[in-house]
Design a protein around this ligand. Structure first.
Ligand SMILES: [Zn+2]
Length: 314
């Protein structure tokens, strides 16, 4: 078993100027695509399960799939994280289910309440060897039932608040509002990440790992395929990859990617349906989707700088 929490991973990522990719899993093909890429590139891995994933596939199926990935890859450190836990009970359940990391997202609550909710999860998780990611400030866009603010540039994290929040809550990492946004329709114009905010937080909290949500780039390759083969996503826009790469060299140690996985799978399925309309074997369209996910994830691992870093994160 090489299931680990994020402690060593984030320490290495912070000190060596890279970030670990955190990928959302919803079924077997998505998980296999991600894990094959990780194994080929020898990168550390964070697999995430959201409440929506749990509702769709059930935690026992997802956990079983993830367990196979862990057993088959003893050389890869793998974290399993609850994405956007909404309350203490949810977080407690995932800790009890063997997750090594949980996110408590109480960011919609006032500052003091967010600290209180996060603290409670920390007090349950830490004695059990589980780390806690918290969120401060309002991220933009829509991720399943998590609805953010409209204009991310007006809702950036306040570095002084971040220091107080981290000290009082005891969280191990923090998702901060720095200009990213959930979903495929995050932006009306090309976004600018608030590198100054990231740097100010790093100056005040040296060594503390930050997390970037909503960090898919909405790759042209897949957007174009989707639109070419009957899809309708003309206005989809993501975070430019150069910006992700720059943030990964700073205090950002975890970069969440979900939309790009969804779009890779959807693009390939659409392509097969359009080019081979008589095809009805699910393996013939899910297979190419899985392959596209693998290639896309390999590309991301180089972008984040975590390719080849599995061993040092063990
Ligand atoms: Zn998120």
């Amino acid at each position: 078993m090489t299931l680990v929490n994020t402690k060593k991973m984030f320490e290495m990522a912070y000190n060596n100027g890279y970030a670990v990719g955190a990928f959302n899993v919803n079924n077997m093909e998505i998980t296999q695509g991600i894990v094959t890429a990780i194994a080929e590139e020898q990168a550390p891995l964070i697999l995430q399960v959201s409440r929506g994933a749990r509702a769709y596939a059930s935690i026992s199926y997802l956990k079983a799939i993830i367990n196979v990935a862990v057993e088959e890859n003893p050389d890869i450190p793998i974290v399993i994280n609850l994405d956007h836990g909404d309350n203490f009970e949810t977080c407690k359940q995932f800790v009890d289910d063997g997750f090594t990391s949980v996110m408590i997202d109480a960011s919609a609550h006032p500052f003091e309440e967010n600290i209180k909710f996060t603290r409670k999860v920390v007090e349950y998780a830490h004695p059990r060897g589980v780390v806690v990611e918290a969120e401060l400030g309002q991220l933009g866009g829509i991720e399943e039932d998590v609805v953010g603010v409209n204009d991310v540039s007006k809702n950036l994290a306040d570095p002084d608040h971040v220091v107080e929040f981290v000290e009082k809550s005891g969280c191990d990492s923090l998702a901060v509002a720095c200009g990213t946004s959930h979903g495929a329709y995050k932006f009306k114009s090309e976004p600018k990440l608030a590198f100054d905010v990231i740097q100010k937080i790093a100056d005040k909290l040296p060594g503390f790992p930050l997390v970037m949500h909503g960090s898919s780039s909405v790759l042209a390759e897949f957007k174009d395929l989707i639109n070419k083969y009957g899809g309708d996503m003309p206005n989809a826009m993501g975070v430019p990859e150069e910006a992700i790469s720059k943030a990964a060299k700073m205090a950002i140690c975890k970069v969440n990617i979900d939309t790009d996985l969804r779009m890779a799978l959807t693009a390939k399925i659409r392509q097969v349906f359009a080019e081979k309309p008589s095809e009805f074997d699910p393996r013939k369209y899910l297979g190419p989707g899985r392959e596209a996910i693998k290639e896309m994830v390999k590309h991301k691992l180089h972008l984040l700088g975590c390719a080849g870093k599995a061993a040092e994160c063990m």
